[in-house]
Design a protein. Structure first.
Length: 364
């Protein structure tokens, strides 16, 4: 088990530089290609790897990172010292959640339930990359080209999400390599080796994740069209809902809404209706903070505020949070949910009688 009493890796020295030689067929096509450049080539490519003594996988650290420009030896060092995980072969006839645990999909920021139900080959580049990462991540694994082929917003959110999962599961010996320096502070590795400088930094704790400032504004239901396909239940929005929009760096990234909650036991109550974060921004913890902020807004106006969700990440967050308290309906099947007359909600309620959901009240 990983110990939180981390010691400085003072024994992480530098090994001698290794030279790699790779021979290829020196044919006419190759000769014609390099002739105009007067490049002297004898059929053998030679490459010198930066001097690096790999920190041993002794369970004293959880996350390592090899970073540097393309062609600087990252992949070769990772292969030599830690090995590289192979990509999963996906079954095109099965949904991704049938092939990888949904907890791992969520762990890399792939929280969209509709996306879980799709086969791998129809996913976007960002979704496919996250799915591949979820399939690979485990103790003592090496992940090459980390975030290399995805949008930088997705890269940062994925880096933060996966490091949080690795630490929560007490995994050790996980090593990533990347050419992108912008993920370093989001991944928060225990050690970083920069191939461009041949420099190893093992001072864990010196890197802090950048803060996120989310602006929240009241809005209309017109914005729902941008978010509706990403909600895990359905795309319906109550016409009477009060709506809110969350902006990050000027971009709309989250949509939330609440509706009045009439109840014979108390007056002036509201309940959460829809909360959606766009896929590219999932994994940063925006959803739960956004939901908290909306709840706080109603409580400051003198209302009570409730929420029911079947989403495990949101529900488990509230189970741990001091801002929310469980109601009597929390994590119980709704056997009292059978309507006494035939209404347009009858089919919906019949389908959800046995669905166990998280039920909480915001206490601030």
């Amino acid at each position: 088990m990983y110990s939180s009493h981390h010691q400085a890796h003072t024994d992480f020295g530098l090994r001698k530089m290794d030279q790699i030689e790779i021979k290829v067929d020196y044919d006419d096509l190759l000769a014609d290609a390099i002739r105009p450049f007067d490049y002297q080539f004898d059929g053998t490519s030679r490459f010198v790897l930066p001097a690096f003594k790999a920190p041993p996988r002794d369970k004293s650290w959880q996350i390592g990172l090899i970073v540097g420009p393309s062609g600087s030896g990252k992949t070769q060092i990772l292969k030599r010292d830690y090995g590289v995980a192979k990509r999963k072969k996906w079954n095109p006839n099965k949904a991704i959640a049938s092939q990888v645990d949904s907890a791992k999909l969520s762990a890399v920021g792939l929280n969209s339930v509709p996306t879980w139900c799709r086969p791998y080959h129809v996913l976007s580049n960002g979704e496919a990359w996250r799915a591949d990462l979820a399939a690979m991540i485990k103790t003592n694994v090496g992940v090459d080209e980390f975030t290399s082929v995805i949008d930088r917003t997705v890269a940062k959110s994925s880096a933060h999400a996966v490091q949080r999962y690795i630490r929560s599961q007490e995994m050790t010996g996980v090593v990533f390599s990347t050419c992108h320096y912008d993920v370093v502070e989001w991944l928060q590795p225990d050690w970083v080796f920069d191939t461009a400088k041949a420099q190893l930094d093992a001072s864990r704790g010196c890197l802090r994740r950048p803060s996120i400032n989310l602006e929240i504004h009241k809005t209309t239901n017109n914005w729902w069209g941008l978010f509706r396909q990403h909600h895990y239940l359905n795309d319906a929005l109550n016409k009477s809902a009060r709506c809110f929009l969350g902006y990050l760096d000027g971009n709309p990234v989250a949509f939330g809404s609440a509706i009045a909650f009439p109840n014979q036991h108390f007056e002036s109550a509201w309940r959460e209706h829809r909360t959606v974060v766009l896929p590219d921004y999932q994994g940063l913890g925006i959803g739960v903070r956004f939901s908290d902020a909306i709840a706080q807004h109603f409580c400051k106006q003198g209302h009570r505020y409730f929420s029911k969700t079947a989403h495990p990440r949101m529900g488990e967050y509230r189970e741990r949070s001091e801002l929310w308290k469980a109601t009597s309906k929390n994590k119980k099947a709704r056997l009292d949910y059978i309507p006494d007359r035939n209404t347009k909600e009858r089919a919906y309620k019949d389908a959800h009688i046995y669905r166990v959901a998280y039920s909480h009240e915001f206490v601030g």
